[in-house]
Design a protein around this ligand. Structure first.
Ligand SMILES: Cc1cc2nc3c(=O)[nH]c(=O)nc-3n(C[C@H](O)[C@H](O)[C@H](O)COP(=O)(O)OP(=O)(O)OC[C@H]3O[C@@H](n4cnc5c(N)ncnc54)[C@H](O)[C@@H]3O)c2cc1C
Ligand SMILES: Cc1cc2nc3c(=O)[nH]c(=O)nc-3n(C[C@H](O)[C@H](O)[C@H](O)COP(=O)(O)O)c2cc1C
Length: 456
């Protein structure tokens, strides 16, 4: 063999050996990393540690889990991150709060590395009573079983006795707006409302046309009806149930802060986006960033950065089925848009259950509601005022008193839509509906899209 050929052959063999070594080292490093991560998970769990668990095929859920953990740690929380193949059902019982970031494959299946865990997701004695959880479900709505594994996990956790911190968040094809919605909840968990958006919305410049106080003299925080007009040439497309993402500022012309979300209270036919916004104060008495901007700092005529987030989960039913609309406070915003949409479609079997503090001050949009009651858009209206009598009464109490009527409407095919406070109202209404309809029936309704919530 010519020496050059010999040298070339030696080079090839040498290169191959190097490659083998490199691959082996990589594999060993991965094994070591895995073992270290497992060791960290096996260590005793400091009290109040939040678990962030991910199930991933191609790494997206893993990177979102890391960002989730980072946001929570920024608020001073202790967080452990784990892949599903490092977990089993028994291990979950060591945590009081758990966040799951999971993708879906095939026929609603888990990613491969989560298959063993999924095999343990069986009905059985509830082992997670007292724990709280949330699910970020990644998927692609082109597939029939959209976010199927996320929903299966959610149902299993619920059956295990764990309570949702907030409703499952579906992410269609990496939708940044859905991720911002997840971030809103992380901010509340972490007690930090100043965390930057992972990806800021592409806003349009709308204009604050008018602002009207809805509850003068109220014992509660001031609440306003805002009317925002679109920029020339805006596509102006939204549906009842959609959300306005707002870019707040501390002063007109100042820098933008992380987005805030508000339920849209109007239809495109109204020519404007209307919002019901409650002015919030922080623990230090300072104006909330988003609500302060909208209710105090921005003045009529000022530009407002706004982007519509499609919120398919809260769109009106496509047919004429009866609708029970339940909400409190500014939750009336989303319900108002839905009632307008039902009216436009000629669907008149609508029952509104609205709660606030005092009838004399907090009967938001009373004229609208009276007009809809008058023209038959609302078949039934129940307004519940918590502080108009000695004992506190809320919408969930009215639902319980009207259990027979609720069952009759649901027997007629009604869907139930709930909008407003996550704290107090949403849980109270959920418990009332479970008692009135039974847990199994309510779960089927949820799966069939007949029980929907937009709560915050
Ligand atoms: C899907 C969705 C729809 C929403 N629709 C409406 C709506 O129609 N009308 C409306 O007024 N608000 C609505 N909100 C709440 C809104 O997005 C803001 O959270 C709220 O205006 C407070 O923001 P802020 O920037 O003024 O307060 P921040 O500066 O973030 O915080 C100020 C104080 O308010 C507290 N706080 C912040 N957010 C909440 C919250 N959600 N619940 C209770 N306390 C809170 C903080 O802990 C802090 O003490 C909605 C939220 C979501 C996720
Ligand atoms: C082959 C294949 C099958 C998929 N099947 C589904 C499915 O049934 N339902 C769904 O919601 N998403 C499905 N997806 C979308 C993934 O869940 C989505 O891309 C997710 O963001 C991937 O996250 P990961 O990288 O963490 O695994 C599928 C994707 C691929 C490539």
């Amino acid at each position: 063999m010519a020496p050059t050929r010999l040298i070339a052959a030696a080079c090839v063999v040498g290169l191959w050996l190097l490659l083998c070594l490199w691959a082996r080292r990589g594999a060993m490093r991965q094994e070591t990393q895995h073992a270290l991560a497992q060791q960290a998970l096996d260590a005793p769990i400091p009290e109040d540690t939040l678990l962030v668990a991910y199930a991933t095929q191609t790494g997206y859920a893993e990177s979102l889990a890391a960002q989730t953990a980072e946001s929570l740690r920024a608020g001073g929380l202790t967080v452990r991150v784990a892949a599903f193949d490092q977990l089993d059902a028994a291990r979950l019982a060591g945590y009081r709060r758990m966040l799951f970031v999971v993708s879906t494959y095939g026929e609603g299946d888990p990613p491969d590395a989560a298959a063993a865990f999924a095999d343990q997701m069986l009905p059985g004695a509830p082992a997670l009573g007292g724990a709280q959880y949330a699910v970020l479900a990644l998927g692609d709505s082109e597939y029939a079983q959209f976010c199927g594994f996320g929903h299966r996990l959610d149902e299993w956790l619920h059956a295990q006795g764990a309570a949702p911190l907030f409703d499952l968040v579906e992410v269609d094809n990496g939708d940044p707006a859905a991720l911002r919605h997840w971030q809103h909840h992380l901010g509340l968990l972490a007690g930090r409302s100043d965390l930057p958006d992972w990806q800021a919305p592409a806003y349009q410049s709308w204009r604050l046309a008018s602002r009207e106080r809805l509850n003068p003299g109220s014992q509660g925080g001031p609440c306003y009806l805002l009317t925002l007009t679109p920029p020339a040439g805006a596509d102006g497309a939204w549906q009842a149930g959609d959300i306005a993402e707002i870019g707040p500022r501390r002063e007109a012309g100042g820098p933008l802060h992380a987005h805030r979300e508000y339920s849209i209270a109007s239809l495109p036919e109204d020519g404007a986006i209307q919002l019901l916004v409650r002015q919030m104060l922080g623990a230090d008495g300072a104006l909330g960033v988003g609500s302060g901007w909208l209710t105090h700092i921005a003045q009529p005529g000022d530009p407002i950065d706004l982007r519509v987030r499609v919120n398919r989960n809260f769109h009106a039913p496509a047919d004429a089925r009866p609708l029970i609309l339940v909400g409190n406070g500014t939750g009336l915003a989303g319900l108002r848009a839905l009632i307008k949409a039902r009216r436009a479609a000629g669907h008149r079997r609508n029952w509104l259950v609205f709660g606030e503090r005092n009838a004399a001050h907090d009967w938001f949009c009373r004229e609208d509601i009276a007009a809809w009651r008058g023209d038959g858009t609302l078949e039934r209206v129940d307004a519940v005022f918590s502080r108009d009598q000695a004992e506190r009464r809320y919408v969930q109490h009215r639902l319980r008193e009207q259990a027979d009527a609720v069952r009759a409407w649901v027997d007629d095919g009604a869907a139930i839509y709930v909008c407003g406070s996550l704290q107090g109202m949403a849980g109270g209404v959920d418990a009332a509906l479970q008692d009135i309809l039974g847990d199994a029936r309510l779960q089927v309704m949820q799966r069939d899209g007949r029980y929907r919530r937009d709560v915050y």
